[in-house]
Design a binder for this molecule. Structure first.
Ligand SMILES: NC(=O)c1ccc[n+]([C@@H]2O[C@H](COP(=O)([O-])OP(=O)(O)OC[C@H]3O[C@@H](n4cnc5c(N)ncnc54)[C@H](O)[C@@H]3O)[C@@H](O)[C@H]2O)c1
Length: 382
């Protein structure tokens, strides 16, 4: 990272957000290049565990093992096991889940064990689910290393994928802490920045028109690396935390956080997880939800076209939308875990910051799908 950018990122002092959930409350710490400092507040309590098992994404481990070990050592935390798991989405499988459980059992881990998820959202999701299910539940800490994981590491949704769909096996299990050091972003690819930005964009849509505008300008004016991440991610996390605190088990308001996710899950599954990143699909899903919102008369169609242009200019793979025929989307959306007896649920926007959950009938979905394709083509040819 260039010196100027390093200074800029460091200029934001450590942020602390408390998640208030009765007996499952915890803190989220955010800073740049300060993992050792963040660990300071935990070193005494972590020494009380019988075992600490670090479960890193193997790619992240290759890149950042040294920095991680140094931060642990500086805090006198030297006795821990390391069990790397495959990089990215492929780790969210029943096989990896079982392999790690077997490892923990073979190492005689007991209920007083701390697991540390060190990687992106996929690693956090699978380690969280392992923690939720090992010996009926052990503690875990999230150490996110991607922009997207500002979303996934907070709120305690853990999951692995089933051959019939994404995130179908899971549990609500809150971490004991989230230690988020944005210096890990130094090694992220442009695709991963793009992926993570989508969830941040989602948080802005759900909360505040001014922030949405500022965020979009910041992305257009800066390179991905020079966005003031600690400041922007703090805002995104605050939106998520305030919703989670009011509805931890997603019975009402937390459903809003699925904005963009009905269409995106079908797109990801329909073309294959290796063909598109989660966040790239989410950005496209948000556009689809905006389009339905416009069809319902809530927001102007012109706004949707502007946002398709914005997303296209950032290089999101909008051309992939047509790779999945409508009937396939429909079948996958019916099978989505958010679908109810009455039909497929979408999060729509009445206005920016005012989401609503609605069941959408097949006829409107088909119409919106064709319109979406047409608008994407128009924007690409502009
Ligand atoms: N639990 C939730 O509430 C929630 C919310 C949103 C998303 N998710 C889940 O999050 C997952 C996506 O997370 P993600 O976008 O972080 O992807 P990811 O964890 O799959 O990581 C993407 C790629 O980036 C690599 N990587 C991670 N950190 C890196 C770093 N610092 N430098 C270089 N490479 C790095 C990984 O090895 C992987 O190849 C999906 O499975 C999604 O379902 C969960």
């Amino acid at each position: 990272m260039c010196r100027v950018n390093e200074i800029l990122q460091r200029s934001f002092k450590m942020q602390k957000i408390h998640v208030s959930l009765q007996s499952s409350s915890y803190d989220i710490l955010l800073a740049h290049n300060e993992l050792a400092e963040m660990l300071k507040g935990y070193r005494e309590s972590w020494r009380q565990y019988d075992q600490i098992v670090v479960i890193p994404d193997e790619h992240v481990w290759q890149l950042h093992e040294h920095y991680f070990r140094e931060a642990m050592t500086m805090n006198g935390l030297e006795n821990y096991l390391v069990k790397p798991i495959p990089a990215g989405e492929s780790s969210k499988s029943i096989d990896v889940w079982e392999e790690v459980q077997t490892f923990l059992l073979q190492q005689n881990c007991n209920r007083n064990t701390l697991l540390v998820a060190f990687g992106g959202g996929a690693c956090g999701d699978v380690v969280g689910f392992i923690a939720a299910t090992f010996l009926r539940g052990v503690d875990y800490c999230q150490m996110p290393t991607t922009v997207l994981a500002h979303d996934s590491s907070v709120g305690g949704k853990t999951a692995i994928n089933h051959s019939l769909g994404k995130n179908l096996l899971g549990a609500f299990h809150q971490p004991i802490a989230v230690l988020y050091d944005s210096s890990f972003f130094d090694t992220l690819s442009e695709k991963e920045f793009r992926s993570g930005f989508a969830e941040l964009w989602k948080h802005a849509w759900l909360s505040d028109a001014n922030w949405l505008q500022e965020l979009e300008i910041s992305v257009l004016q800066n390179s991905w690396r020079s966005i003031p991440w600690v400041a922007e991610l703090t805002k995104g996390i605050q939106v998520k935390v305030s919703i989670v605190e009011r509805d931890v088990f997603e019975r009402h308001e937390r459903k809003y956080l699925n904005f963009g996710h009905t269409f995106s899950h079908a797109l990801e599954k329909g073309i294959g997880y290796s063909e598109i990143s989660h966040g790239e699909a989410v950005a496209i899903g948000i556009l689809f939800d905006l389009l339905i919102s416009a069809e319902k008369g809530f927001i102007p169609h012109q706004l949707v076209k502007e946002k398709i242009t914005f997303i296209h200019s950032l290089g999101y793979p909008l051309n992939k939308v047509s790779s999945v025929p409508f009937e396939n989307y429909y079948e996958l959306m019916v099978r989505d875990k958010k679908a109810t007896k009455t039909g497929i649920q979408f999060v729509l926007l009445h206005t920016i910051g005012n989401p609503v959950v609605e069941t959408i009938e097949k006829k409107l979905l088909l119409h919106a799908y064709h319109l979406f394709q047409q608008l994407i083509e128009e924007v690409a040819n502009d």
